[in-house]
Design a protein. Structure first.
Lengths: 307, 535
């Protein structure tokens, strides 16, 4: 197993290089001139814009810029943000904790809620409870989070006054954002857990266990769940990607600092080093999450073993 | 007799108690010391070093951290700040400033001539890559230290907007010791001489200022002396417009800037809140008309657009009547605004139609849109961006122009894409605005040298306009200068280069307990020094 993990980690390097190159190319293809944008608030003259572009090294040939970019990356130097002139790594480090907090909290909400409801729906198959849970799941997937976020802020912060409307800083500030983001993801997990569980419960070994007289609960929790979780684990890994993307909307509405907002702003304003730094970070995180998913896979299903 | 003296005694005691109670509460209007104020900013700026970065949002907190050599009062007059007095040479190339001697930076280093020279040189240095402050210094050449508290500032050419520039936070005086100590990280540890001290800044989250207990050099624009009233001010960032009013109403913020007009109208009705309306000098919300792209290359078409637009209707519908309509290239609050422009293009759809007919645009197939002799429809391409309620303005404008048979096709694009496309001249209409109290900002958008790759999005290259704007920069006589800019505004509208919509008005909502909050001449920046929280 350890060799497998080692191989996977090594394999991440070409992936990251590919991502870095792709980002470099895309950012240069997107419309927008960073120099003009930087001077757009103060209204620089055409000459000032040209000078700034030159100072930022944007006039040089693309290959030279690419070469310099890769050389810096090899030394683990993510460069300096064009707009704030601070090291990219510092900016990311400042904004990351809030996003991690949010992603983990939302993931917990999604996983706990999704699994609990999915198991319940499968166990109570055919009843009204299952029907309402499944309807709730569809609603969760369908509602746009920017709408539900504003609605919940209005309800809990303004009308009831129970929770703060915006900001970060502790558990209380995390409740609404995590609920909004997690609920959307929970719907998808609920549906998959239920379907997967029903399929497993239909199999021969379950019928055998029942014939042997094992209690339903024992069958469910000790035998069926572990197998049902195999596809669910993949799904959770995928949902993590969705969460990372969803954080930008949540961060904007709830006025939380975070990587999502940082990246969107950096893209819009063509802050090339910052975009490249954040995308690389996200790619790295995603690679690690995928690796973790596969390892959990192997634990859950003894048929899967990596050489 | 016995009873009466008792009554008088009771009356006397009652009166005494009343006086004691009243004085304990504080007579209405007298400031209360202490308290923490939460101020809602709208946009997290990029970098926040005023010498380097350009966003007006950074000025909101930093105006309280830095003092400037001169201050501008609300009537546009320049009064002493860190400089007690100053002299300008006849030719306008040399300014001599006599500095206060009692000022210290927040890091306890002295403010003196060395500090002034350090600051100006820092701004002017190409290594600093200043994006706004450098431009505000114009033809600055160098600073000469005459003695510890006297400096001579030299310009290669006379630069008329200098005092206006000097009065803004972008030319605030920073501690040379701190700048040298922190280098690139100085923006996270800023040190000025102002009434508030920069405590900490977490980008996208909050910025905290605390009172400077040693502040003793308040300029005359302020309303009291000594330290500020508030203990601390915490700035938070609220990007989503829908959330701003919510945050104020739920008590999370005490002051909220740029409240949407609909929320502002509602808050104004509520006695728990106050609305502070501040006109912003500079250019109005406007669309530049591209003179190089058909059909707006025809002046008759451009004039028709101006006659067809009903600015008052736009202001009433979208801005709830909060802004004055704009009729010229400068907003009414700007120094040098000429009201001549107001009568030039009254709302007159009949006149607009007549102009289009004369230009050869007739609706031959009855579809409501005019065509030319070749059957080409009168279609205009316009960019819209998501700020300034442009999408809504665009919709209303579309409807108004349709009435005279013009098909305005709008495209909502992200700001960077719009800047790039407009810079290439692909548009007929493109919106853009620059704010500032000095009319020299007209140069950014109307000088011919800014037509390719700059912000001259009407692509005008008019020798007369160039002359007026260039001379305006160097003209030392105030009256003559105002005359030049009045002529420039007239020329811009005669050439029909721009379609003005409305003057910017910053709508700030506060809790009613926030008192003494005023905004400076630039309109965006609050003077928090006199602000206090009523109990």
């Amino acid at each position: 197993m350890l060799r497998y993990i080692g191989r996977r980690l090594l394999g991440a390097i070409p992936v990251l290089w590919g991502v870095a190159t792709l980002v470099f190319v895309i950012m240069r293809l997107l419309p927008g001139d960073p120099a003009a944008l930087m001077l757009s608030e103060s209204g620089g003259s055409a000459q000032a814009i040209a000078e700034l572009r030159n100072e930022l090294g944007l006039d040089e040939s693309v290959l030279i810029q690419y070469g310099r970019y890769l050389a810096r990356l090899a030394q683990a130097d993510l460069g300096t943000s064009l707009f704030t002139q601070r090291p990219v790594i510092t900016t990311i480090a400042e904004q990351l904790p809030s996003t991690i907090e949010l992603a983990i909290a939302a993931m917990l909400v999604a996983v706990i809620l999704g699994n609990a409801l999915g198991i319940l729906a499968a166990a109570k198959q055919g009843t009204w409870l299952e029907g309402s849970i499944m309807t709730g799941a569809v609603v969760g997937i369908s509602i746009p989070i920017f709408w539900s976020a504003t609605l919940l802020i209005w309800l809990f912060a303004l009308v009831l006054g129970w929770l703060p409307a915006t900001g970060q800083g502790g558990f209380r500030y995390l409740i609404l954002p995590a609920l909004v983001l997690g609920f959307a993801s929970a719907g998808a997990i609920t549906r998959l857990v239920r379907a997967s569980l029903l399929e497993v419960l239909d199999q021969d070994f379950v019928r055998t266990a029942r014939a042997k007289g094992l209690a339903s609960r024992t069958i469910l929790f000790r035998h069926a769940l572990k197998r049902a979780f195999i596809p669910v684990t993949s799904m959770i890994g995928l949902q993590f990607g969705f969460l990372l993307g969803g954080t930008v909307v949540i961060e904007t509405i709830f006025s939380r600092p975070g990587i999502g907002r940082l990246m969107v702003n950096a893209i819009l304003w063509k802050d090339l080093p910052l975009v490249q730094g954040v995308v690389l970070l996200v790619a790295l995180v995603y690679t690690l999450v995928n690796l973790a998913t596969d390892v959990v896979y192997a634990y859950l299903d003894p048929r899967i073993r990596y050489g | 007799m016995h009873v009466r003296s008792h009554r008088i005694g009771h009356l006397f005691v009652f009166a005494l108690l009343l006086v004691i109670m009243l004085s304990a509460c504080g007579a209405p209007g007298s400031a209360v010391e202490g308290g923490s104020l939460v101020y809602g900013l709208t946009l997290a700026p990029s970098g926040i070093d005023p010498h380097i970065d350009a966003s007006s949002e950074l000025g909101i907190p930093l105006t309280s951290v830095y003092d400037t050599l001169v201050y501008q009062d609300l009537d546009g007059n320049f009064v002493p700040g860190l400089a007690e007095r100053w002299e300008a040479s006849e030719d306008g190339r040399t300014y001599t400033f006599y500095l206060r001697r009692d000022v210290r930076f927040h890091d306890d280093t002295p403010f003196n001539a060395e500090a002034v020279k350090f600051n100006l040189d820092r701004i002017a240095s190409p290594d600093t890559r200043s994006r706004k402050a450098r431009g505000m210094l114009g033809t600055y050449s160098h600073t000469e230290i005459v003695d510890d508290y006297t400096v001579k500032i030299q310009f290669s050419e006379p630069y008329a907007p200098f005092l206006d520039s000097l009065s803004q936070v972008y030319l605030g005086m920073a501690s040379p010791t701190a700048v040298q100590q922190w280098g690139a990280e100085y923006q996270m540890h800023q040190v000025g001489t102002g009434p508030f001290i920069f405590r900490e800044y977490l980008p996208n989250d909050h910025l905290t200022l605390v009172r400077n207990p040693d502040y003793d050099w308040a300029p005359s624009v302020y309303q009291h002396d000594g330290p500020a009233y508030l203990d601390e001010v915490i700035f938070k960032f609220y990007v989503d417009p829908a959330v701003r009013a919510l945050a104020l109403e739920s008590g999370e913020a005490d002051v909220m800037g740029e409240v949407p007009p609909i929320d502002a109208a509602r808050l104004e009705e509520n006695p728990e809140f106050s609305l502070i309306q501040v006109p912003i000098p500079g250019q109005p919300l406007q669309f530049f008309l591209n003179t190089e792209n058909p059909p707006t290359d025809d002046p008759r078409v451009r004039e028709a657009l101006l006659y067809a637009t009903d600015q008052q209707a736009i202001v009433d519908t979208i801005f709830q009547g909060y802004s004055p309509p704009a009729y010229g290239p400068l907003s009414a609050a700007t120094m040098g605004y000429s009201d001549q422009v107001e009568a030039l293009y009254p709302h007159d759809p009949g006149q607009a139609s007549a102009l289009l007919e004369a230009a050869g645009w007739v609706d031959s197939d009855g579809d409501g849109i005019r065509e030319d002799a070749d059957g080409l429809p009168l279609a205009l391409g316009g960019y819209l961006m998501s700020w300034g309620y442009l999408p809504e303005v665009g919709q209303l404008l579309q409807a108004q122009l349709r009435e005279i048979g013009v098909d305005l096709r709008t495209e909502l694009v992200a700001f960077p894409a719009a800047v790039e496309a407009a810079g290439q001249g692909l548009h007929n209409l493109a919106p853009m605005t620059f704010s500032g109290s000095d009319p020299s900002l007209l140069g950014t958008t109307y000088l011919s040298l800014n037509a390719d790759g700059g912000f001259n999005w009407s692509n005008v290259r008019d020798a007369e306009l160039d002359r007026l704007l260039t001379q305006g920069l160097t003209e030392v006589d105030d009256t003559a200068r105002l005359g030049l800019y009045a002529a420039a505004q007239r020329r811009i509208m005669d050439l029909s280069l721009v379609l003005p919509i409305r003057d910017y008005e910053n709508l700030n909502a506060t809790r009613a307990s926030v008192r003494g909050l005023r905004y400076d001449r630039q309109g965006w920046f609050p003077w928090l020094y006199d602000t206090y929280l009523e109990e």
